[in-house]
Design a protein around this ligand. Structure first.
Ligand SMILES: *[C@@H]1O[C@H](CO)[C@@H](O)[C@H](O)[C@H]1NC(C)=O
Ligand SMILES: *[C@@H]1O[C@H](CO)[C@@H](O)[C@H](O)[C@H]1NC(C)=O
Ligand SMILES: *[C@@H]1O[C@H](CO)[C@@H](O)[C@H](O)[C@H]1NC(C)=O
Ligand SMILES: *[C@@H]1O[C@H](CO)[C@@H](O)[C@H](O)[C@H]1NC(C)=O
Ligand SMILES: *[C@@H]1O[C@H](CO)[C@@H](O)[C@H](O)[C@H]1NC(C)=O
Ligand SMILES: *[C@@H]1O[C@H](CO)[C@@H](O)[C@H](O)[C@H]1NC(C)=O
Length: 628
């Protein structure tokens, strides 16, 4: 009895006391999925509901409660019916805080003027009406004076969405993006004195109807007007002095006037990508010293150098310069960017890389140099120890110096490095590739194909066969010899420089130790192997005896064929790692996003920017990827 009692006690301890009870929708039988939980001594609810008969929400669907409904989400709309939210639909659950009524698939939802009445209007903080086929701001919203967050994106709201928005004086965040018939900035916004965040991306705002930021609330901190035909930075931008984020990408900007952003002394993130005509005006950014993130991708063929203004942005953490025509990097350009964490130079025309370019970038973690024209990386390339991702994919190397690899790996403890080219000359200078993973594991991925000699053309650089290379060619040992004397360049920071070259030599000697221990292990392994071989011979002798007795049953070459197939699959895997059409991994992410986006209702959680990218990738400026 005692052991049984103990057992039961243990079992009861193992079963966790649930803090959430699932499926207990006592106050709404129409919600297939709900949860209640206790927080701060209160019972709170979360509902994920089907609207009754897949089309309407009514107060009769709820049993009255004063519990807090922390989250109410409507799921599974029927596309054939018209959503209706009846008068006082939520009167029985007035303590509703967040309501998510996105992705209704019906056209022209009918929202009663008093839908959010009877107490709800004092409690509702967040209302999401994204992709709900609204053609106007519903009158029902005017009562929501406590509302702080409203998402009306991806609807069909036209012109000035009446004055209804101006009643929402508590509003802090408003999304009106992808209402492509908006054309003007709604005048009603100027009354929203608490507004911090506003998205008007892809609203077809048109400069000809006089776009000014002068009547936007000066409390704004975050403003997104991506993809509108603005042609110039709207007047009044200088009044938005609390802005920390501004996105004016893809706005057809033709110029930037001197000091256009000078008043924005708190600006931390600026996106001006996809505005090819402003390339020659980028010097006006020289005073934006507060910037931490700058995006200048896709600026067309005239952006051939790293813009001068960047070299003084000492707070910069992320810099995006992909898909331009930048030809090279010099060491002075990043000398002051000591906070830089991420540098994206994918898809440029970089041929040369000053080995000391990143010597002061002590915080650099991600360096994307893929899809350029780099044909050589110097063994003296300085890479900061903070680096976690180094991408040299899709470049034009004809060979790759093994000591450069050794140097990189000696430096970088936690780095994912990828190197590829389709112009490799597959000779003994690349024989070390076969020993790469044995020496360094999977920290470097080298791939690509042989261009020369002719007979190896197209073969994978990881598997080409060469018989007459020496062990010396394959080993990394001679790399201990690489010069640690820095090239004789004049530099603005000699002390840092001395330190960094010291790091290189210290790291190399530790690499040498690593190699020696690998060698010691190898020696030991050889001894073990000899013993194992003897044992194997003995075993084979025994097996042969059996084999001759039963040879008719043994299939002839099944085992070795399987082995060959496996080898083929592996090298196919290597090939398929290369993305088609020279797309960057970023592009791949966006493509995936497009897929997700087109999956429908529940796909609306992904970050906003990815949507836009997905949308743009599909080609047209005026077609949405998310037509249900
Ligand atoms: C729900 O729909 C069915 C048919 O679709 C209809 O017969 C029924 O009356 C509806 N129920 C209510 C309460 O409207
Ligand atoms: C700007 O930000 C400061 C500091 O956060 C704040 O005191 C001020 O009220 C803000 N200005 C406006 C117009 O909201
Ligand atoms: C900059 O801000 C001041 C108020 O601090 C304002 O008078 C001036 O017009 C603004 N400059 C621009 C270019 O908007
Ligand atoms: C190392 O360098 C010295 C002099 O620079 C040279 O004599 C020696 O052969 C080198 N060793 C290897 C293994 O390359
Ligand atoms: C470096 O170059 C300068 C001139 O550019 C020269 O005077 C100096 O001697 C050189 N130093 C070394 C170590 O070669
Ligand atoms: C090298 O770096 C250390 C700290 O990392 C610093 O204390 C020292 O002054 C530096 N030496 C030189 C010559 O800059």
């Amino acid at each position: 009895m005692v052991p049984l009692g103990l057992l039961l006690l243990c079992a009861s301890l193992l079963v966790e006391v649930p803090s959430l009870s699932q499926g207990a929708c006592s106050i709404n039988p129409y919600c297939s999925d709900c949860t209640n939980y206790a927080e701060e001594g209160q019972t709170k609810w979360r509902f994920y509901c089907n609207p009754y008969n897949s089309s309407y929400i009514d107060s009769s669907h709820f049993t009255a409660t004063s519990d807090t409904v922390d989250f109410f989400q409507v799921k599974y709309f029927s596309s054939s019916s018209t959503l209706a939210i009846n008068s006082g639909a939520f009167r029985n659950v007035p303590n509703i805080v967040r309501a998510d009524i996105r992705n209704t698939r019906s056209t022209n939802p009918s929202i009663n003027q008093f839908a959010f009445f009877y107490g709800v209007q004092n409690n509702l903080r967040t209302l999401l009406f994204r992709r709900s086929y609204l053609t106007a701001v519903p009158l029902a919203l005017t009562y929501l004076t406590a509302l702080q967050e409203l998402d009306l994106g991806y609807n069909r709201i036209t012109g000035d969405p009446s004055n209804y928005l101006s009643y929402l004086t508590s509003l802090r965040s408003l999304r009106l993006d992808y209402n492509r018939l908006l054309s003007r900035i709604p005048a009603s916004l100027q009354h929203l004195n608490n507004l911090r965040k506003l998205s008007l991306a892809s609203c077809d705002l048109d400069q000809s109807s006089g776009i000014s930021f002068g009547n936007l609330p000066t409390s704004l901190e975050w403003l997104d007007v991506y993809n509108n035909q603005l042609y110039e930075v709207p007047s009044g931008i200088g009044l938005l002095q609390n802005l920390t984020y501004l996105n004016m990408g893809y706005c057809g900007l033709n110029s930037l006037s001197v000091n256009v952003f000078a008043n924005l002394s708190k600006l931390e993130a600026l996106e001006l990508s996809d505005n090819p005509s402003i390339t020659s005006y980028l010097d006006v950014l020289v005073n934006q010293k507060s910037l931490k993130v700058l995006k200048l991708s896709n600026m067309g063929s005239s952006l051939t150098d790293i813009p001068n203004a960047i070299s003084g942005m000492e707070k910069l953490e992320e810099l995006f310069l992909s898909s331009n025509r930048i030809r090279g990097i010099n060491h002075g350009q990043f000398a002051k960017l000591i906070q830089l964490r991420k540098l994206n130079l994918y898809h440029n025309k970089i041929t040369s890389l000053d080995p000391l370019s990143f010597q002061n970038c002590d915080h650099l973690e991600e360096l994307y140099l893929g899809y350029n024209l780099i044909h050589e990386v110097s063994p003296a390339l300085f890479v900061p120890q903070s680096l976690k991702n180094l991408n040299l994919y899709g470049n034009k190397f004809d060979t790759f110096d093994k000591c450069t690899v050794a140097n990189l790996l000696a430096h970088l403890q936690k780095t994912d490095t990828s190197i590829s080219s389709d112009l490799f000359i597959c000779d003994c200078r690349l024989a070390w590739v076969r020993k790469l993973s044995a020496a360094f594991g999977s920290r470097v991925r080298l791939s690509g194909s042989c261009y020369l000699p002719r007979e190896l053309y197209g073969q994978s650089v990881t598997s080409f066969t060469l018989s007459d290379c020496s062990l010396e060619d394959e080993s990394f040992e001679s790399c201990n010899n690489i010069s640690t004397t820095p090239p004789n360049t004049t530099t603005e920071h000699p002390p840092d420089f001395l330190n960094s070259s010291f790091v290189i030599s210290a790291q190399l000697s530790s690499l040498k130790k690593d190699l020696q221990s690998i060698q010691a292990i190898t020696n030991a392994a050889v001894s073990v192997a000899v013993i194992a071989l003897l044992a194997l011979v003995a075993t084979i002798a025994v097996l042969l005896t059996c084999f001759f007795r039963q040879r008719n049953r043994v299939p002839s070459n099944g085992w070795s064929q399987g082995h060959v197939n496996q080898g083929l699959q592996l090298s196919e895997g290597v090939q398929s790692e290369r993305s088609p059409e020279g797309r960057s991994s970023e592009d791949t992410v966006y493509q995936n996003t497009t897929e997700t986006a087109s999956r429908g209702p529940s796909a609306d959680y992904e970050p906003f920017e990815q949507h836009r990218r997905g949308w743009k990738q599909q080609g047209g400026r005026y077609t949405s990827p998310v037509v249900d």
